[in-house]
Design a binder for this molecule. Structure first.
Ligand code: AMP
Length: 402
């Protein structure tokens, strides 16, 4: 069901409580290493502020113990960065607690068009437990609830589900970032144009099992690379040297290959491999066809597979990609992912819709400086994978229908 967004309601003179994902990486001195998550939330934040709303922002940051404040996980540096990013048109204040008198005083101190960042939700154990009392104390702060935290959409935490449940009769709407994620990871997949390709890689079959099962009914072709491929190749009796393999998944991998065949779908596996004796043995890198010698491991798809897959994927009209095809962090094992990324970017240029799951795949594409050549790069690793498994989120179900 389509959801209402921040654009469907008025914010003027209202106090708007917005859940965002400000879980940014910090260095040892508490400085922000990458502010992408803050920047991604700006369009929704500016929308509310420009309409004259009083905006109260809440987020988690890192993994504090949940027993009280911890300086290393404070959102204060995030509030300061947001203040810089918004410029002088809007003021940004910071409240040293997210509930209670300090939070209420903070909310009362802001003018329409200004924002208040609440301290880390996870300093309270009630956030992760979805404690009703904690959720109620957040809910009482505002007149409107906005969820723009796609990265946390799969978590039934207080700020994601308890708060909207405690704000009955008041609007619950999606932020612009959440709307975009839902549009791409839901409608673009269920109403995909053929040929529809999925590219799956990364470390483990077990992590992607749900996605493979769901996507098998939707796509025409799945390209399987990364360490995952070796479990599939093992199930076909290929010799894979000392490549990573999940022994307890070999049988299931075989069943998936059979299921694909029964459904008339193609699962393509790499036919050559960039191998070495270890990740650190760059002198010993060589190309192997099957099988891989006993002292070697496959660390990327090989050049012939990369060339063939690049050409194949450029025919796609819809592509979803989750999981790098090799150890992209360590050249030359980035070449397979790079080649397939080029193929997908080519397809996108010819009007294909290309969707990249977050996490490691997004990091790979950023490192290739190719982000702009895809239709959508998700901001949520875990949440985007859940959506590729066809899971629907309670946090989204609770938002008002359009
Ligand atoms: P995931 O988070 O499951 O998508 O896994 C991503 C990780 O898989 C990356 O850090 C890659 O380095 C790793 N990876 C990809 N291909 C291989 C491979 N052939 N052998 C070992 N690790 C791999």
């Amino acid at each position: 069901m389509p959801k209402q967004s921040v654009k469907d309601i008025s914010h003027k003179d209202r106090t708007v409580l917005m859940r965002v994902d400000f879980n940014v990486p910090l260095d040892a001195d508490g400085r922000i290493i990458d502010d992408r998550r803050i920047r991604m939330a700006i369009p929704t934040i500016e929308h509310v502020l420009k309409e004259g709303g009083r905006l109260v922002l809440m987020s988690h940051l890192g993994r504090p113990a949940g027993t009280g404040p911890e300086a290393a996980f404070s959102l204060k540096p995030v509030a300061e960065r947001l203040d810089d990013l918004l410029g002088k048109h809007h003021g940004v204040r910071f409240a040293t607690d997210c509930v209670g008198a300090l939070a209420r005083d903070g909310v009362n101190s802001i003018e329409p068009g200004d924002a208040l960042v609440l301290e880390n939700l996870r300093f309270h154990a009630g956030e992760k437990k979805n404690d009703p009392e904690f959720a109620a104390s957040l809910a009482e702060l505002a007149d409107v609830y906005v969820n723009d935290a796609f990265g946390t959409a799969h978590r039934d935490h207080a700020s994601m589900v308890g708060v909207p449940e405690h704000m009955s009769g008041k609007p619950h709407v999606a932020g612009l970032l959440l709307m975009k994620e839902l549009e791409y990871l839901s409608s673009a997949i269920t109403e995909a144009k053929a040929p529809f390709y999925a590219v799956l890689g990364g470390a483990k079959v077990s992590d992607k099992l749900g996605a493979i099962r769901y996507l098998l009914d939707k796509v025409d072709v799945i390209l399987v690379g990364g360490a995952m491929a070796y479990t599939f190749l093992s199930s076909q009796g290929h010799v894979i040297g000392k490549s990573l393999v999940e022994e307890d998944m070999i049988e299931i991998a075989g069943q998936l290959l059979q299921a694909a065949q029964d459904k008339g779908k193609k699962i393509l596996l790499p036919e050559d491999h960039q191998c070495s004796t270890s990740l650190d043995d760059l002198e010993g890198v060589r190309n192997c066809e099957l099988g891989i010698p006993p002292d070697c491991m496959g660390l990327d798809i090989g050049p012939e597979t990369a060339r063939a897959w690049k050409e194949e994927i450029s025919k796609a009209k819809t592509v979803v990609w989750n999981g790098p095809l090799g150890v992209f962090e360590k050249p030359p094992f980035d070449r397979g992912s790079r080649a397939v990324a080029e193929g997908i970017a080519d397809a996108t240029k010819h009007h294909a819709v290309s969707i990249v799951g977050g996490g490691e795949t997004a990091a790979a594409i950023e490192s290739f400086d190719m982000a702009k050549r895809f239709s959508h790069i998700s901001t949520g690793g875990g949440a985007s994978l859940k959506m590729l498994e066809g899971v629907s989120f309670r946090s989204v179900e609770l938002l008002d229908e359009a």
